[in-house]
Write a protein that binds this ligand. Structure first.
Ligand code: CA
Length: 368
């Protein structure tokens, strides 16, 4: 934006008794326009799908609020609410869309019932890892497509966190072939749940708070959750025999920050950039925290329990992949928006895979 426009916007947004950055005082134009940086406070409510203070993710939202407040010199104050504190966890999309809350944090795949295409912006089975998703979002057209879709719901989306590759889940029997999924009741959200059902299992959506007791009492036979850190905190290693990898269904789940479009557009340009920049920091913070903590807690699970940590056999991975591809084919033949997002996502995945194989994969296999 040109300096003249910036000054004009500052005046429009201005309130009496402005705070002025000292360097601006050296400019005569600034002296005549004391409202460049106003002390008008924008107060936002941030609703989240996470339990209050949920490790990494809920904690990250509170840090995000602190960063925004500091960067904006107190011009944006964000009050963070855990799921259920202001609105139920799975109603934050609607709450931010309607303006009941100005900002939210969650996962786009929770809103698959509104548009199935949204799932691709979080995670889909055999999708991309965190690094590839970031590349698609920021540099491969993903975020632009997502922004276009969410605009229909009066929302501006930002990439804001990634779990990295998740674990495949906790089981009390070995998974040696696709037949072992038959009759298996497993907590499994999203498209992963559809794959499980087609493999002959039953996908259950137990809330996180009930997962431990449901697994312990045999209400469910198995559960996926996140990765070693969060899974350890849930205590699954005390009640399950087998911990399988990889999380084929969530290969790098990308989390979202959503802002009500009207509220975002009312911000001055500098505040918009502060919010946007803070989402980048949140994205980096969460992935780093997951990566660092998962290492520590994988070791704790090994040291403190008799759980066997096993890979899914190749035959199982191949079977799950075949079913996933069938489900994608059906999804994109019946929903044009899903096809558009799928095409963008999968074209990027295929293009990036060759490079990933001879860079990251070789590094991990041969060099590390
Ligand atoms: Ca999960």
């Amino acid at each position: 934006m040109k300096r003249k426009d910036f000054l004009k916007n500052g005046l429009i947004a201005g309130a009496a008794g402005a705070t002025i950055i000292s360097s601006c005082n050296q400019n005569s134009e600034a002296i005549n326009a004391p409202n460049i940086i106003t002390n008008k406070t924008v107060k936002w409510k941030m609703v989240t799908t996470w339990p209050p203070n949920f490790p990494v993710v809920g904690e990250g939202c509170k840090l995000f609020a602190e960063w925004v407040e500091k960067m904006s010199a107190g011009r944006i104050i964000i009050e963070v609410y855990g799921g259920g504190e202001l609105v139920p966890p799975l109603e934050i999309f609607e709450a931010v869309s309607s303006g009941a809350a100005e900002i939210g944090h969650g996962s786009s795949y929770y809103w698959a019932g509104i548009q199935p295409a949204f799932q691709f912006f979080t995670a889909v089975p055999f999708g991309m890892n965190a690094q590839q998703i970031a590349a698609w979002m920021y540099s491969g057209g993903g975020l632009a497509l997502w922004t276009e879709l969410y605009a229909q719901y009066n929302l501006v989306p930002f990439v804001a966190g990634n779990t990295g590759v998740q674990m495949g889940g906790w089981f009390n029997k070995k998974i040696s072939s696709m037949d072992d999924f038959k009759g298996l009741k497993m907590r499994m959200p999203g498209l992963g749940g559809k794959v499980l059902e087609r493999a002959g299992g039953t996908a259950v959506l137990s809330p996180g708070s009930e997962l431990y007791s449901n697994l312990e009492r045999g209400v469910i036979d198995a559960t996926e959750w996140i990765g070693p850190y969060h899974d350890y905190l849930m205590g699954f290693h005390q009640i399950a025999k087998y911990y399988y990898y990889p999380g084929w269904h969530e290969t790098g789940s990308s989390l979202e920050c959503i802002v009500n479009k009207n509220d975002f557009e009312q911000l001055s340009d500098d505040l918009k950039e502060i919010v946007r920049t803070a989402t980048y920091r949140l994205n980096a913070y969460m992935l780093a925290e997951f990566e660092a903590k998962n290492n520590i807690y994988l070791k704790k699970i090994k040291d403190e329990s008799d759980v066997q940590i096993l890979p899914f056999p190749n035959e199982v991975i191949d079977g799950l992949k075949r079913i996933s591809n069938d489900i994608y084919s059906e999804l994109i033949s019946s929903d044009s928006m899903s096809k558009r997002v799928y095409d963008s996502f999968w074209n990027f995945k295929e293009n990036v895979s060759e490079w990933s194989v001879l860079s990251e994969q070789i590094f991990l296999n041969q060099v590390q």
